[in-house]
Design a protein around this ligand. Structure first.
Ligand code: URA
Length: 303
């Protein structure tokens, strides 16, 4: 076979892959899924994540239908290997308040959040909360989607246009990619809890300010205490910096496990790239895939 023919075959093969939606190489070696037996990718982890019969209610909210495209700008987004701990709950208010004790919004948030004994009460508390300026410009509050109790909590930056219209986090294009990323390691809405560091859309999709994230923080802390995750997946720089309270960029943070205290719990947190960034930069999917493999391993090892 001539070099020219080989080239033509390769070009055709790549075009075929592109049509299937395969737009970048994710690992060093190709996996021949056709010769992989009957197990679908992610089977092992799906079984490991089936809740024990006596576990808490893991019912989920339903997934909305097709959603319009969202247009968040400027998202560049962000993990470790510490032992897993299941500490007892502690009152969550203190951490948020400690970030900015003079801010009345933060203090009010701490008081309101601490009173909630389940997620519905926390939602009601958030609906009555006026200490975050984002509320004034947003159409809807986006609290969470997914399981009420989960080993993995996914935290993003802020709702975008689609989320604001629907009132649920991660339902736009980035959310759809997030769902595909989670599905690739055997996870779905029934096994994860998905939220953001702020509950309302920032005007024009700008990055939330410190005041805005601080006023939402006591709610995020209480939410975490109620969901009782062991692991956090932090999507993008804003979420990683905010939850880990560091100033490093996502490219430095991503893929490195950190131990973090949130909602009175000691958790293992993995920063990774934000799906909105991956939509704009498909070549970075390779790094995100490595992070997902690391997450899958950690979930399996601790089950
Ligand atoms: N990006 C985020 O960080 N959160 C969402 O809910 C949607 C897009």
């Amino acid at each position: 076979m001539s070099i020219e023919t080989i080239k033509e075959d390769l070009v055709e093969l790549l075009a075929f892959y592109a049509e299937l939606g395969v737009d970048c190489a994710l690992s060093e070696e190709a996996v021949d899924w056709l010769n992989h037996g009957h197990a679908a990718p992610g089977d092992a982890i799906r079984q490991a994540l089936v809740p024990a019969p006596n576990s808490r209610d893991r019912r989920t909210a339903s997934h909305p239908g097709p959603v319009p495209e969202r247009t968040r700008q400027g998202e560049t987004r962000r993990s470790g290997g510490a032992a897993t701990v299941r500490p007892e709950r502690r009152p969550p208010a203190a951490a948020g308040a400690a970030r900015s004790p003079l801010d009345p919004g933060v203090a009010a948030a701490g008081t309101l959040a601490a009173r909630a004994s389940n997620l519905e009460e926390l939602r009601t508390a958030l609906e009555s909360f006026e200490g975050c300026a984002l509320r004034a410009t947003a159409k809807n509050m986006c609290f969470y989607r997914g399981a009420k109790s989960a080993r993995l909590m996914v935290i993003g930056e802020a709702p975008g246009r689609d989320e604001d219209l629907v009132g649920r986090p991660f339902v736009g294009r980035a959310g759809q990619l997030l769902d595909r990323m989670l599905a690739a390691i055997g996870l779905n809405e029934e096994s994860v809890h998905i939220t953001n560091v702020v509950y309302w859309r920032p005007p024009g999709n700008r990055t939330p300010t410190l005041q805005e994230t601080s006023s939402c923080r006591p709610f995020l802390e209480r939410q975490t205490a109620l969901v009782e995750p062991q692991f956090l997946l932090l999507l993008g720089g804003a979420a990683a910096k905010n939850v880990l309270e560091v100033s490093d960029g996502i490219m430095r943070l991503r893929g490195k496990w950190k131990q973090v205290s949130l909602g009175g719990r000691t958790l293992r947190a993995l920063p990774t790239l934000h799906p909105a960034y991956l939509l704009r930069t498909p070549a970075a999917k390779r790094q995100a895939w490595q992070d997902l493999i690391s997450l899958q391993r950690a979930l399996l090892e601790s089950s």
